[in-house]
Design a protein around this ligand. Structure first.
Ligand code: ARG
Length: 253
């Protein structure tokens, strides 16, 4: 009886367990690629009403089109995105992930698709430099390189973490924190959108190159995506999307 139950359980588990990462041929056979992002980081990926949009979303969709595929977008919390690749919930993550040696142990990255940096953001008259962070309350999003980096800054009074970057921004605006560390392009957009908040964008803690992430070893897919991005860098497609969201070309030099 016991073993029959176990066998039934094993059967159910096998039926619901996802298969291994889908390579390019398998994805092409289904006609649809699944791309994951966060959907809460304007202007990279965010919702306009019901509609998922942003630089990452337009670029990801354009890559899919180049590969002759439809896209099914999946959104989830930032700190769960890379883990989902390992569980084969989707094929790619496009969400502004900085390429770091730590992350490269877990996933593979495309060639860098954005060059940006971690900016120190405060209200007018507040912290501008790393030295200024001493004694300050700093807010950052969980799962980001900003959190890892700020922990190494000496003298910071307290690091507050938020599930969403927009919450970290709101806490700066409302005065619950003194500093927000985030992507400099996200910060520029936020400052422009809410001039009354009087945001001041200071020094960069470090520069960062963003990569699209793949399950480790999914080389056929990664190579095809790299080629599609290269095409768009050359044919003006990348520039058009970038200027639409940032009024500048954010490609790596
Ligand atoms: N660039 C930072 C990192 O790699 C943060 C990215 C935040 N992106 C997002 N969709 N919330 O950790």
């Amino acid at each position: 009886m016991k073993s029959a139950l176990w066998m039934a359980l094993a059967l159910v588990l096998t039926a619901i367990a996802p298969a291994g990462a889908r390579d390019l041929a398998e994805i092409k056979a289904t006609g649809t690629i699944r791309i994951a992002t966060e959907g809460a980081t304007p202007p990279f990926n965010y919702f306009e009403g019901e509609k998922l949009t942003g630089f990452d979303v337009d670029l990801g969709s354009a890559v899919a089109e180049k590969l002759g595929l439809k896209v099914e977008w999946v959104t989830l919390a930032f700190d769960g995105l890379l883990v989902g690749l390992d569980h084969d919930r989707y094929d790619i993550v496009v969400a502004g992930h900085g390429i770091t040696p730590e992350r490269q142990k877990a996933v593979d990255f495309s060639t860098p698709y954005v060059c940006s940096g971690a900016a120190i953001v405060a209200k007018e008259g507040g912290a501008r430099t790393v030295a200024d962070l001493a004694g300050k309350m700093v807010g950052v999003q969980v799962g980001t390189t900003y959190l890892t980096a700020v922990r190494d800054v000496p003298g910071v009074k307290e690091v507050k973490t938020f599930p969403k970057d927009t919450d970290a921004l709101q806490n700066l605006v409302s005065g619950r924190t003194d500093v927000w560390i985030s992507d400099k392009l996200t910060a520029l957009t936020a400052a422009e959108k809410a001039p009354d908040a009087k945001l001041q964008i200071g020094d960069l803690l470090y520069e960062e190159r963003y990569g699209m992430a793949f399950k480790k070893g999914n080389d056929t897919l990664r190579d095809a995506v790299d080629a599609a991005v290269r095409d768009m860098l050359a044919d003006g497609g990348y520039k058009r999307i970038s200027e639409h969201y940032f009024k500048q070309d954010i490609r790596c030099p």
